[in-house]
Design a protein around this ligand. Sequence first.
Ligand code: CS2
Length: 440
Amino acid sequence: MTDRPLLGLGTLDRLPAASRPLIDPAKTEVGVLHLGLGVFHRAHQVVYTEEAMAATGETRWGICAAGMRSRATVDAVAAQDGLFSVLARDGGPAPVELRVYGALRETRFGAEVADRLADPRITVVTLTVTEKGYLPGSDAIAWLVAGLERRAAAGAGPVTVLSCDNIPHNGRVLADAVLAAAGHLRGWIEENVAFPSSMVDRMVPYARPEDLEQVAAALGVTDRAAVATEPFRQWVIEDRFAAGRPAWEKAGALIVPDVAPYELMKLRLLNGGHSLIAYLGLLHGCETIAEAVSRDDIAAAVRALMDEDVTPTLPVPEGFDLAAYKHTLMQRFANPALRHQTLKVAEDGSLKLPVRLVPVLRERLAAGATPTHAALAIAAWMRWVSLAPRLDDPLADKLRAAAATATNPRSLVDALLPLIAPDAPPEATDLITDRLATLW
Ligand code: CS2
């Protein structure tokens, strides 16, 4: 890296005008608390929240975001006064967007987040803690409950806790996890906290050194917290709030009575498709999702998964153009500028497949159909589990031990399927074994 100055409040005026924040960070107060300071939060909720403030002129929805695992990310963002850039590319010669965002006003690390919830000006908590954040005993849930405890004690009033993770009816899942850990606070939570469900969408890989270099060259400052993403973004939120919120609809979010149809569509088509591409791609040595779908066999498999297996399971919202949605998805997967790591999408498969593709497999089998491509995705995951040099998954040890006992496709399915689909029907085992044999 060169000796360009670091991005921060003091260097904002060096930025090209078109890349400056939409709001004045110095005049923005915190009204939202966020758990999970990863790349997705920065490229999604921060962008919506800043645009909402810019559209309404409200200055009270700045974000205090807490890192759950990476101290380095918290330090990088804090060193830049909360500022970071979003670089959106679609494969064309110039970025579609390159802007520094200023809505993130404070950072915390881990358990420190709890105290912040005692502030009555904070009326919304958002979460991006990934699937494993909702497991019993997770830090995220413990810190959230500790925060709610302080809020109740401080008499700080009702609050909305909004899950932004890829889990069906994520609001209900979160409410159940929080209430199960709440002990004596249960009654207060039931009276004062709303848990809407939401569907979030934007593909955001880990930023690479080349991305940071591109940002620095264009902006003239060093930004160690920049994120590189695609132009597309979507947020559909259940209209169930306990108190005030940013006007996210002014930034394009849909606030609806029921998010379930949107959630299922997104989880099964996009995320389910993603998982299939990632595991098949890894088995073929592909580093990125775009590289994987540039192979005709993988592109054909994803299309077939979407059209033949997933589509018949979806309750499509009134007036929604599903064919166009699927077409756009294929284009997004193929975005050559995105460099979305197959390894990143392959993480935590034991938690992702049960919400993305196992239900498709079960529902289609129950309907008397043969969901070959959902079975192929699961088979590809199993093959990857048995071959991967390293597994990033909360069940990694268990998966490895189970896979180590398997000597043929059938025994691998027998060893792994119960871990992601307990009580799967025998036809599921047969179908996955058949697909696995083609990958063996
Ligand atoms: C991906 C998602 O990593 C994964 O499992 O499928 O992160 C996906 O990129 C986002 O949900 C897109 O909105």
